[in-house]
Design a protein around this ligand. Structure first.
Ligand code: FAD
Ligand code: SF4
Length: 563
């Protein structure tokens, strides 16, 4: 039985970057903020780094022992950790997330591009997908705010106007330096055109410091950003959790929100039910009541919580689900890569894993037929296609030993190279999060089940992207037998979980309005990449942050004036 009640002005579910930014903005505006986070808070960063060093298998989850079994808030570490809504489907949703204070940004790479204007108008311009209820110009000032809040290093001049994306203010710090390999690839690709489009390299904006910024050090370039930056040069959501707490917000870590309760007459949210847990196995249940509520639990856990909170009178199909859109339109940026050995040394493995990309294919009339895509120039050898350890094994297997082995290894590693690509997906209703049959989780909440299909819109883009990769490899003198190209119909996840609670003008086809306020319940806001109607080609977190900062202004005004 519940044994504790709490009261605040605004209760926020989830202390990832979206929840933390809101908590900070609202706390510093003087509101009483309670932040409920399902996962644990981290101790000293060095302990996480040590856990990573000690882990036999290095995956994005490796440093975070308290998100692994037997933790009751296990974070998925691969597609095998998900319940499948269509077990026979060959396609699986592959991206993962992290349940801890600071959220999934703890293991993100840190690329922070903005969406481009056409990304907001896919239906109107190209007849596919849907349009957003707001445009690039509406979000532009908030992009600037977000870049300063997170600390984004970038090249203002190079990016101002990219595919029409104008910038009203510079980045807070200059770009992360390009690597030796970046410049060599840029020289080799000069003048190259593929599919009639120039292949140009552009510096990638990143939430990692190019100089000491916001109390954190400059990047030391040792390339372990995923799964953890050892020195905190890369941004993660815990930065704003700390700021929020300093501004007066109350943080409850290990507090899982298990249900949203509605008032049957007004249909407004009346309370959140939660369970607080500790490592010794003790549990305590309670209710939180607030004037306004924000769900910031990311694009799988948010619809899961909404769907797990049906009310026979106020929300029979789940909270905010009058449109039947909650959980639908699940998207990712589907990734592939080509890797090879090039003619001249590029000297990889110094600096972050990528610092420049090819942005030329992020927009164009082709989007009526196939997905836009963005390519990243790697600075980490052949990436997952052939690690340095695998290269060593290959040379030993070829019979090399002693000086011959050392010379051959040095030569091969210095010439390893990869380019990866990530393609947008269209919002498809059948790609979705539902509640799984079978056992609930440790807190009695049904588990999420995922359904995913791949369509020709993506397949065509995979082929086009691979043609760009091949053309760059040709320029770099990479012999055909050394090329390891992504196999047809295969992809990996980018970690960019989007859709599932999309925004729109029409309450019959969307979940929230342009301010992230639920159409069905006027004291409920939903923030995070779940509200994206379409995914574009930008890594999502900067847009998540910009929308969260924009929503914070609306929430703050409502708290002052009353909804
Ligand atoms: C390997 C990897 C690399 C990535 N690289 C990039 C990149 O380069 N650039 C980029 O822009 N993005 C990247 N991302 C994506 C990025 O991590 C996410 O976009 C971002 O973290 C989303 O922020 P969020 O606040 O919406 O969600 P999260 O950060 O996931 O936070 C949600 C929080 O809600 C909590 N929560 C969930 N359910 C409940 C509940 N019921 N009760 C209480 N709390 C709850 C969770 O525990 C979690 O802490 C990457 C992701 C991965 C996995
Ligand atoms: S390269 Fe190293 S120091 Fe720089 S952000 Fe990545 S992990 Fe941190």
């Amino acid at each position: 039985m519940p044994d504790a009640d709490a009261r605040c002005s605004v209760a926020i579910v989830g202390a990832g970057v979206a929840g933390a930014l809101l908590a900070f903005e609202l706390a510093r505006a003087g509101h009483r903020v309670l932040l409920l986070e399902a996962g644990p808070a981290s101790g000293p960063r060095v302990d996480l780094v040590a856990d990573y060093a000690l882990a036999a298998v290095k995956t994005p989850r490796s440093p975070y022992r308290d998100n692994q079994p037997p933790s009751p808030v296990t974070s998925p570490d691969s597609e095998d950790d998900y319940a499948q809504a269509q077990p026979s489907s060959p396609f699986k949703f592959k991206s993962t997330y992290l349940r801890r204070v600071g959220g999934s940004t703890w293991h993100m790479l840190g690329n922070m591009p903005r969406l481009v204007p056409a990304d907001f108008r896919l239906r109107c311009l190209y007849g596919v997908g849907v349009d957003w209820p707001l445009g690039y110009d509406d979000l532009e000032p908030w992009y600037g705010e977000a870049e300063h809040a997170l600390g984004v290093a970038g090249d203002h001049r190079a990016l101002d106007g990219l595919h029409g994306a104008h910038r009203s203010r510079p980045f807070p710090m200059s770009r992360i330096w390009p690597s030796y390999g970046d410049l060599a690839v840029e020289r080799a690709a000069a003048g190259l055109q593929v599919h009639g489009i120039p292949v140009e390299l552009t510096s990638t904006p990143q939430a990692r410091n190019s100089r000491p910024y916001d109390g954190r050090p400059a990047c030391a370039g040792n390339s372990s950003c995923v799964p953890i930056c050892p020195i905190g040069a890369k941004y993660d959501g815990s930065v704003h959790v700390r700021k929020a707490v300093a501004a007066g917000a109350i943080l409850w870590d290990r507090a899982v929100v298990t249900r949203i309760d509605l008032d049957r007459t007004t249909r407004r949210v009346r309370a959140l039910r939660y369970t607080r847990w500790d490592e010794a196995g003790a549990r305590r249940e309670g209710f939180v009541a607030a004037d306004l509520y924000v769900v910031a639990a990311h694009a799988i856990e948010t619809p899961r919580l909404l769907l797990a909170s049906p009310d026979p009178d106020a929300a029979p199909a789940g909270v905010a689900n009058g449109s039947d859109q909650v959980g639908r339109n699940l998207m990712d940026h589907l990734q592939g890569q080509g890797a090879t050995i090039v003619a001249e040394p590029l000297h990889p493995f110094r600096g972050p894993p990528t610092t420049v990309g090819i942005d030329s294919f992020r927009d164009g009339a082709f989007r009526a037929r196939h997905a836009a895509f963005r390519l990243s120039i790697g600075n980490d050898g052949m990436g997952r296609s052939e690690t340095p350890y695998a290269a060593l094994g290959r040379l030993v297997d070829a019979g090399l030993i002693g000086t011959d082995l050392r010379t051959a290894l040095r030569d091969r590693l210095s010439r390893q190279f990869r380019i990866s690509y990530s393609t947008e997906m269209l919002p498809r209703p059948a790609n979705r999060v539902t509640l799984a049959d079978g056992p609930a989780d440790a807190f009695g909440v049904p588990r999420a089940a995922l359904a995913m299909t791949l369509d020709d819109y993506n397949r065509q883009a995979f082929a086009k992207a691979l043609a760009v990769v091949s053309a760059v490899f040709d320029r770099l003198g990479a012999p055909d037998p050394e090329r390891k190209m992504q196999e047809e119909d295969t992809y990996s996840g980018a970690g960019h979980i989007m859709g599932t609670t999309r925004m729109g003008r029409d309450p019959s086809s969307s979940v929230v309005d342009r301010d992230c306020r639920a159409h069905d319940h006027d004291n409920l806001f939903i923030v995070g990449a779940g509200v994206f109607p379409t995914g574009g080609t930008a890594n999502p977190t900067l847009t998540v942050a910009a929308l969260a900062l924009r929503a914070a202004r609306t929430v703050s005004t409502l708290l002052r004036t009353g909804p």
